[in-house]
Design a protein around this ligand. Sequence first.
Ligand SMILES: [Zn+2]
Length: 262
Amino acid sequence: MIVCSLCSAKLKMLDKIGGMKLGDGGRLCVYCTATIQSISPKIKFEEQTESSIQELIAQNKIEQVLLQNAKDNATQELVARIEEEQIKNKRAEEIAIQIEALQIENQFFGKKEIKELPNILSVSENVDNLITGIYNSNFGILVSTNHRLIFVDKGFIYGLKVEDFPLDKITSIEYETGFVSGEVTIHTSSNIAKIRQVDKVSARKFAEFVREKLSKPKENPSIISAQPDILGQIEKLAKLKDAGILSEEEFVEQKKKMLEKL
Ligand SMILES: [Zn+2]
């Protein structure tokens, strides 16, 4: 059983993540870590021992109340930070499971890009397909999610490069396979993007998958919910006209504008 060098509390999981190690091998619980940090924000724990830490506490004539407040704040911050980290880890795990389910060959490539996905994708985004290839002479991954296709390249020198193609902007997707490798071409209204050096089988599967997805009628809740709202607004306009607030001319003009939004 490991206990805190300062308060002798038994160390729990949280203490092992958020508590600090001392130079003499001693350990601090999160509360004592937070207390020490509030007294001495720049302290180097690895240079401290159990007795130097106790001395630091004894020397400090900070009022207990102030100390308690500082401790609570620091602890809250620490707990929030740990929670945030845990949420991020959980998201990374979710994405990893989604990618594993795709059973992609050549798992070796694109690892550092996959690692970036939790930072790039929104919480409601699920990975449903993935290929590796070269786009604009950058090696990376092309990911298909329920919202978009997204090319991610994590370079050593240039850092992270991301380009996304929202599904509603994609007009078509094609693939070609050569002797050695294949390529996938994404057409949008303003752009043609070629992903080269894609594994032949994966290029075909990916393009067919996305094509199938594009051919399905899109769920578009924004339009469905917008319609009654616009009709409601026209009704309101009619009432304003009836009340004499809008002229017939103004009413017709506003109504026309509203109908154009449908
Ligand atoms: Zn403690």
